[in-house]
Ligand binder design. Structure first.
Ligand code: SF4
Length: 395
């Protein structure tokens, strides 16, 4: 099958389960890919008989349960979601439903933590599979970030640094950010968060996604690439000279998304050659050269909006998670919607939430057994909440 044919196949509704992907692995940074593996295809749908059980358990729970589905979830899970969205929208949606005793979060661990922080104490947040983590969030541990901060204190510059942490981080890191007067941000409000932070301090420690930090600083705030340095938590002193830290405006944590970090500028050139007139839209978690090569950058929600508003007959290559791109292609058969590159995987940790796990969680809750509850310790929750509240208060 030619590359052109492959790409176009992705836009045809009849081929919804047929996007052929290449097997991954060659040249991968295994340390950076913890928890992520890929068979090269979207995961197979679960036994259809489970659908009946899910419907029955969901109906038994009624208004006592509220099911949240992240955009990167499988279709078989999304069909049971009461709302869909990105991580922050879902956490807010959950907080707006205080009557729901159980918030079943079909997403990954840091999202369920945020939902627990933002919902009422009486609400219980359930993650159907505790193994659904996020490799990016795992790239910044509390002890690593504390070590970085101690270095900044030793250099006498910590007082000038405002931490800004991406939503995709653990509750510990959000709490660290709240304790040090910083803010959380999402891919939609990163520009406002950085503008606020640089109005308050001289420099920013941006956690844990270096790409979102760099793309926002350079493309939205007009900083230069040389204003950014990358702190490597696996090297003494972050692998940086004190003079580099003193001279930087953006101290970027060396973390990335294992899905979005795989797209390349070459992918963009190839899709342009394969699909004449194609518009390329990519997520800001992609590397800087990929974002520069694309036509548009957009958070998950923005990508959905842009493609929905695009004229019939237009062609789009989308650089984000495969389940979402597939769903967009299915939802817009009048447009050509293709995955930016076949060698990029779906988010396998996100896809650990499948129908069997959802059915197990629903049936357990319906029978009175609370399973896989995510609870953030009170002090951590309070400090993380301060950073989340600061985000909500961003000008
Ligand atoms: S897509 Fe990337 S950032 Fe999102 S949950 Fe998966 S690994 Fe984490």
């Amino acid at each position: 099958m030619s590359r052109t044919t492959d790409l176009r196949t992705a836009s045809r509704p009849a081929a919804t389960h047929e996007i052929p992907l290449l097997v991954l692995g060659a040249g991968a940074d295994h340390r950076a890919e913890r928890g992520v593996s890929c068979t090269g295809e979207l995961p197979a749908a679960s036994d259809p008989a489970l659908v009946r059980r899910a419907v029955r358990a969901r109906s038994e729970l009624g208004d006592r349960a509220f099911v949240l589905g992240h955009h990167y979830q499988r279709d078989e899970v999304i069909r049971f979601a009461d709302v869909t969205g990105d991580s922050f929208k879902l956490a807010r949606d959950a907080a707006a439903r205080p009557a729901a005793e159980f918030v079943i979060f079909c997403g990954v661990h840091f999202m369920a933590e945020s939902a627990d922080i933002l919902t009422a104490p009486s609400q219980r947040v359930i993650l159907p599979d505790l193994a659904a983590g996020c490799s990016m969030a795992d790239m910044a541990t509390f002890s690593q970030v504390e070590e970085c901060w101690e270095t900044l204190e030793d250099l006498g510059i910590a007082g000038e640094v405002i931490p800004v942490t991406y939503m995709n981080s653990s509750a510990d890191i959000k709490a660290f950010t709240g304790r040090h007067g910083g803010t959380v941000c999402t891919s939609s409000n990163a520009r406002r968060a950085l503008t606020w932070a640089l109005g308050k301090g001289t420099r920013v420690l941006f956690l844990p996604d270096q790409h979102l930090g760099r793309n926002t600083a350079v493309l939205d705030l007009g900083l230069d690439l040389t204003d950014c340095v990358v702190w490597d938590p696996h090297r003494p002193g972050g692998g940086l000279e004190p003079s580099a830290l003193r001279g930087a405006t953006m101290i970027l944590w060396r973390g990335h998304c294992s899905v979005h970090g795989r797209f390349t500028a070459q992918n963009v050139a190839q899709v342009r050659a394969a699909v004449p007139g194609v518009n390329v839209i990519v997520h800001p978690e992609c590397a800087h050269d990929v974002v520069l090569a694309a036509d548009q950058i957009g958070s998950t929600e923005k990508i959905i909006e842009v493609i929905a508003a695009a004229p019939a007959g237009s062609a789009w290559a989308v650089g984000t998670e495969l389940n979402l791109v597939q769903r967009l292609a299915n939802a817009h058969p009048d447009k050509t919607v293709v995955f930016l590159d076949k060698t990029v995987c779906y988010c396998s940790t996100m896809n650990r939430i499948d129908l069997p796990h959802l059915v197990w969680a629903l049936e357990s809750l319906a029978s009175g057994q609370v399973v896989n509850q995510i609870t953030v310790q009170e002090q951590i929750a309070r400090q993380a909440r301060a950073a989340l509240d600061q985000m909500l208060a961003l000008p």
